[in-house]
Design a protein around this ligand. Structure first.
Ligand code: A4P
Ligand code: MG
Length: 342
């Protein structure tokens, strides 16, 4: 991606672990690489289409003296966070903080720390079957959105589902949210787990009842296999209560390991735990880019295209609330396609 570089901006500040560093202060050198699309600015030659590097320098200078930190790690993190918050078009900010006069008794030209923060797109499954589940889900969404490093871009409709996994328990409410975040995956998981605990989650029975469960389904197109985190979520392809809401906000997403879209995965799910939306018109109420409806609910015209006993078809339509005369595409297992106007 295109980038803007600022090298060795020299600033006097009072960061440091030792008291005299905080008292006397010293020079720091800050280098920044901002990654952002610049073709528009290049073609138009208009400063409005880019980030003004002089303003960035002033901004960094102001932030360097806004707070005092012990560690240059914290200085670099604070500057990277601030730049990501201030400049929405920046997709990645790499901030290097150098300390040329670090208190070391040996000869060294400088010590430095570099923080690289990037915007990611994550999909998170939300589930609750204890307490006031609907209110708790709203609180979970709000708490994620209030975190400075996260922005909730979209939330699917929240629906009831019967318990999956063999443990006898209350019905669930489930949905999915789309989150832009500049947390790295493990820190994002930590943020979600703190929210689960805040909302009364106790870890007792595996697959058992809970006030709040926030599972990472997808994180960009990353594949992560570690003790703490597995992405894509290893069981998402078997859960209609995950795939149905996900298909309502992002049916076109492709699973990075199974190479099928969310809509295709949904067609293959064997167990049914979440009631499908009752009909085309009613189900097009919140986020309208794709969902599955029962064959029997299809308009006559579409039924004719779906002979046999297909359990469901994926419907993808235009984004936004449906209007009369909007057209939608019905795509069944036999891949027949029909465009229907309402
Ligand atoms: N972990 C690994 N990968 C991930 C990931 N992608 N997202 C680790 C989140 N966490 C991940 O999770 C245990 C550990 O998984 C975490 O510490 C994390 O490091 P947990 O939430 O503490 O405990 P759990 O209950 O054993 O697992 P999990 O995966 O949350 O449970 P499930 O599989 O989601 O099952 N039926 C319906 N209808 N709707 C539901 O929402 N949910 C469950 C819970 C059962 N039945 C359900 C529903
Ligand atoms: Mg979980």
């Amino acid at each position: 991606m295109d980038e803007i570089r600022i090298e060795q901006l020299r600033l006097y500040a009072h960061h440091g672990y030792f008291a005299d560093e905080k008292w006397n202060g010293q020079y720091f050198e800050v280098s920044v690489v901002l990654k952002l699309p610049l073709q528009d600015a290049g073609v138009s030659d208009a400063i409005a289409n880019t980030v003004d590097y002089a303003a960035v320098c002033e901004y960094i200078a102001a932030k360097m003296t806004e707070k005092t930190f012990d560690l240059i790690e914290a200085v670099a993190e604070f500057l990277a966070d601030s730049l990501m918050d201030q400049y929405e078009t920046v997709q990645e900010a790499a901030v290097e903080v150098r300390k040329p006069d670090a208190p070391i008794s040996l000869e060294v030209s400088y010590v430095s720390v570099k923080a690289v923060r990037r915007r990611h797109l994550a999909y998170v499954a939300i589930g609750s079957n204890q307490g006031d589940s609907k209110a708790l889900i709203q609180q979970a969404v709000d708490l994620v959105d209030q975190d400075r490093r996260c922005k909730v871009l979209e939330v699917s409709p929240i629906r009831k589902s019967t318990p999956y996994g063999g443990v006898e328990q209350e019905d669930y409410y489930n949905g999915v949210m789309e989150v832009e975040t500049y947390y790295e995956p493990l820190m994002f998981l930590k943020c979600l787990q703190e929210i689960e605990i805040k909302l009364g989650r106790k870890r007792k029975v595996r697959w058992g009842p809970r006030t709040m469960d926030l599972d990472i389904l997808l994180f960009d197109r990353m594949v992560i296999d570690s003790k703490e985190l597995i992405v894509p979520h290893p069981d998402m392809q078997n859960r209609d209560f995950v795939l149905l809401p996900l298909s309502e906000i992002a049916p076109y997403l492709r699973h990075p390991l199974l190479h099928k879209t969310v809509g295709e995965l949904l067609e293959d799910v064997k167990e049914s735990h979440m009631e499908m939306p009752a009909g085309v018109r009613e189900s097009h109420t919140a986020s309208q880019r794709g969902y599955v409806i029962e064959h029997k609910e299809l308009p006559e015209e579409a039924k004719a295209q779906h002979k046999g006993n297909e359990p469901a078809v994926t419907v993808t339509g235009a984004a936004g609330n449906p209007q009369n005369n909007d057209s939608y595409v019905y795509r069944g297992k036999n891949k027949n396609i029909l465009t229907k106007k309402f």
